[in-house]
Design a protein around this ligand. Structure first.
Ligand code: ASP
Length: 345
């Protein structure tokens, strides 16, 4: 029977390296037993929290994550929202930035911490970064100030930084410090103490109800520009049947070739009803449409500025928006504003 005076945290294990331990006999990596988490990681007992867990079966390598998995995580959080103070989502690093971004849009008016973490080395290996990531994430998910959660947001904790989930990208396949948040400061940093950057943490509007969005569209694509991209490649992407939205990954501050065939293709697609958003290929900095002639023509064609949004946040914001409505005017209006702190305008 749970002790209700204690902080309660629900750990959702979706898969990924963090949940692996070495089989004593064969030496191979096998999934860790999350129903027995306190036995596997005895350090967690020191918190004195009520810890519960839910493990995906089978665990997913995060390259296999899709909308169904995000909906499942959102449903688990929805069903357990009242009973827990915070949520930890253990996830492979490869697509963690997409998943954290997706959940940030799906969980509207979130007022409790949802902290994603993972690790570069399995929890059962000697030099693992998993225990530290899990232990710090638990401390963050449980942190209160004046009785309220300190981080009522979807975040990613990795190495020693807590980032806003929808501001992150995986940046390194090797280092323990695997993520960057190029356009937004860390929400917290851990050293001897966990230091919160309170002024950049979002606070929920308490009068608004928690709403979980479980419909996600996927009639969208990305065109990543490169010098010399062929007309055939661009035109075929813009004419995918049923396409509702296209992310144009542009150069620098939002620039693209000025050739007539290119601008003509963008123009025709927008006139047909396609939503086109301009997202920079740079990890830091913002799209500034009209700064150069090469982006002014996109603005004239009706391309929407993605400002400093990450590709991960743009993809998942569009999945969320197109899941809610097919109304192009509404989608365009929502893209132009920051819904969950994903853009600086
Ligand atoms: N391929 C693994 C995954 O993303 C790597 C990791 O866990 O970091 O699931």
């Amino acid at each position: 029977m749970a002790d209700h005076r204690k902080t309660s945290i629900l750990i959702i294990y979706t898969g990924g390296t963090i949940g692996m331990v070495q089989d004593q006999e064969t030496g191979t990596l096998k999934p860790f037993r999350f129903d027995n988490i306190l036995e596997e990681v005895p350090e967690l007992k020191k918190f004195g929290f009520n810890l519960s867990s839910f493990a995906f079966n089978p665990p997913l390598d995060s390259s296999n994550i899709n909308q169904d998995a995000w909906i499942k995580v959102a449903e688990i959080i929805e069903q357990n929202y009242q009973g827990f103070d915070g949520f930890i989502v253990l996830h492979g690093t490869d697509t963690m930035a997409y998943s954290a971004s997706a959940l940030s849009f799906m969980l509207e008016n979130l007022a409790k911490p949802v902290i994603f973490t993972g690790s570069q080395l399995p929890i059962g290996s000697l030099r693992t970064d998993a225990k530290e990531n899990l232990i710090s994430s638990l401390e963050i998910a449980a942190a209160l100030k004046n009785g309220e959660p300190v981080v009522p947001e979807v975040g990613i904790f990795f190495e020693n930084s807590l980032y806003r989930g929808n501001r992150t990208s995986k940046n390194n396949t090797e280092d323990f410090n695997a993520f960057i948040s190029g356009n937004y400061p860390p929400l917290a940093e851990s050293g001897v103490h966990i230091r919160y950057n309170h002024s950049v943490i979002r606070n929920p509007e308490k009068s608004l109800p928690f709403v979980v969005h479980k419909r996600l569209g996927n009639d969208l694509t990305i065109v990543k520009l490169f010098p010399g991209i062929s007309r055939a490649a661009v035109e075929s992407a813009f004419s995918i049947p049923g396409l509702q939205a296209l992310i144009l990954e542009t150069f620098g501050a939002g620039n693209a070739p000025e050739e007539d065939w290119f601008i003509g293709c963008v123009n025709r697609a927008i006139l047909r009803g396609l939503v086109v958003i301009n997202v920079t290929q740079c990890k830091t900095g913002s799209v500034e449409m009209g700064m150069y002639e090469t982006s002014r023509r996109l603005a004239d064609a009706g391309v929407i500025s993605g400002h400093d949004i990450t590709t991960e946040a743009a993809v998942t914001k569009l999945m969320y928006l197109t899941g809610v409505s097919h109304d192009r005017e509404w989608i365009s209006g929502q893209l132009a504003i920051s819904l969950r702190g994903e853009m600086t305008i």
